[in-house]
Unconditional design. Structure first.
Length: 276
């Protein structure tokens, strides 16, 4: 809910008296703010991070200034438009969006979109059963938070532990931040351009794993990942997905042509911030 409910020109009391005179401007407008629940609840951030053990973050509603940021050609080209927009609406300026975990960033993006353009989001979907293309209206207000498994053990620094079934090695792991994911994406694109073998999965493991049986040497971790049994690799990926807090972007959609039900992901398409 908005923190400031006086988001209109002037304020009237219950008796219907004229708007309160504003000596600063004849067109005063109090920009509302709201608190957004973080999927991580701050558990995964280290003690020095401003979001350590912080469960909610305050943002202000989007304004015309943020639409300028989202349409900036230079920021779009660099892939920084959404990050810059989020940093603009965050009340706490110590929070840097590229240091956020993905789930928390997704929650802020959705809250910002709802504050700026409402909960309804129209997209074209293709039925997985009959192939028919139809318009569907997603309700962003129905998006739920994907909770972290309560069985996971956390360290004071926000890392967590996964025991690998084949080697019985205890892997200390961390979540990926926006910076981490951009680095991995840039590395994958560079390898593709150079026509080098794809190593996206092992590169991700090398970034996720902090230590093995208490040994935190980077060389040891990288060597282990390269020879890790497939059973351990699969288990690590599945357990990591269980731990990783996020927002659930899936909703059930019924096809208008064949009446079949589709589990569809809400896309972050080009019109996400520009509904018609």
């Amino acid at each position: 809910m908005p923190r400031n409910d006086e988001s209109r020109l002037g304020v009237q009391d219950e008796g219907g008296s004229p708007p309160i005179e504003n000596t600063k401007s004849p067109l005063s407008f109090v920009i509302p703010t709201e608190f957004v629940e973080l999927p991580t609840k701050g558990k995964f951030y280290p003690p020095e991070h401003p979001l350590h053990n912080v469960e909610t973050v305050e943002i202000r509603y989007m304004t015309a200034k943020e639409t300028d940021i989202l349409t900036s050609k230079s920021l779009l080209k660099k892939g920084l438009a959404v990050d810059r927009m989020l940093e603009n609406i965050l009340v706490d300026k110590n929070i840097k969006t590229r240091q956020l975990f993905t789930g928390d960033k997704n929650a802020l993006i959705i809250a910002a979109r709802i504050s700026g353009f409402g909960e309804k989001y129209d997209v074209q979907l293709t039925c997985q059963h009959c192939g028919a293309v139809s318009e569907h209206e997603f309700d962003l207000g129905e998006i739920k938070i994907k909770e972290t498994s309560e069985e996971i053990k956390f360290s004071d620094s926000g890392t967590f532990f996964i025991t690998l079934p084949k080697t019985e090695v205890i892997a200390e792991c961390c979540l990926l931040t926006g910076d981490d994911e951009k680095m991995l994406l840039d590395r994958a694109e560079k390898k593709q351009k150079l026509k080098l073998p794809d190593s996206a999965m092992t590169d991700q493991y090398k970034k996720i794993i902090v230590s093995l049986n208490g040994v935190a040497e980077k060389g040891v971790v990288e060597e282990f990942v390269d020879i890790m049994p497939a059973l351990d690799s699969t288990h690590l990926r599945k357990e990591y997905d269980k731990v990783r807090p996020d927002v659930d972007m899936t909703q059930l959609v019924d096809c208008e042509s064949c009446d079949a039900s589709n589990v569809s992901n809400i896309p972050f398409s080009a019109n996400f911030f520009w509904p018609e």
